[in-house]
Design a protein around this ligand. Structure first.
Ligand code: NI
Length: 222
């Protein structure tokens, strides 16, 4: 299961971040890829600097404010935000994300996340393309929206053929390691919320709340 969440930041904020990012120095993205992914990764990434740090913090704080993101990902640890840029001819071929990413502490990648920063009509190609059991899912969202998906999938960024695709990516170590368990909890939460909104704090609401809490106790790694 993947989720698209609009308006993590506003279109105006996305434009400000994108404009600032494009004024800073980028380096070859293959440096941060694993041995095999390096052979298919053709993009650029923002170099670390105090300015980069400010932009990373801004995006991270926006993510942390999203209840929908929290309900989907159950974040425990996250990698710092990485800004990437694709010009015409650049792409990131099919790969799986590294399972354990270095850092202090190291982060197990359970959920991968892309925040789109370029408006879709300003570039061609550049779709995040995820392999699912029913075929490929192509995702290209308005600036300020995110897609989050299980890191266990094969995925790629299609070649950009016009314009510039700027995006921010990161990885989440979830309290709930198994994507099917996260999906059960996500659905239970949506169900109890719906009951609460339509019928109030009923006996059914209480029992679903009990199931949710007890499954969290069973599954959560904290
Ligand atoms: Ni990836």
């Amino acid at each position: 299961m993947l989720i698209c969440i609009p308006d993590i930041i506003t279109p105006a904020e996305a434009r400000q971040v994108r404009d600032r990012v494009l004024q800073l120095k980028f380096v070859d993205g293959s440096a941060t890829a694993g041995v095999y992914a390096r052979t298919v990764k053709r993009n650029q990434q923002l170099e670390n600097s105090p300015e980069t740090q400010k932009l990373q913090d801004f995006v991270m704080q926006a993510l942390m404010r999203s209840l929908e993101f929290e309900r989907f990902a159950f974040p425990r640890n996250m990698k710092p935000i990485m800004f990437s840029r694709y010009e015409p001819g650049m792409e990131y071929g099919t790969h799986v994300d590294n399972a354990v990413m270095s850092g202090r502490p190291p982060v197990r990648s359970d959920v991968s996340l892309t925040l789109f920063l370029s408006e879709p009509d300003t570039y061609d190609g550049g779709e995040l393309t995820i392999q699912t059991l029913t075929g490929e899912e192509q995702i290209k969202l308005p600036a300020g929206s995110i897609v989050a998906y299980p890191s266990s999938t094969l995925h790629r960024v299609a070649p950009v053929t016009r314009g510039v695709r700027v995006a921010a990516v990161t990885w989440v170590q979830s309290m709930i390691r198994d994507p099917s368990c996260r999906e059960i909890l996500f659905d239970l939460e949506a169900t109890r919320r719906s009951i609460f909104e339509t019928q109030g704090k009923t006996r059914e609401f209480d029992l679903i709340s009990k199931c949710f809490a007890n499954l969290m106790r069973m599954w959560a790694e904290i």
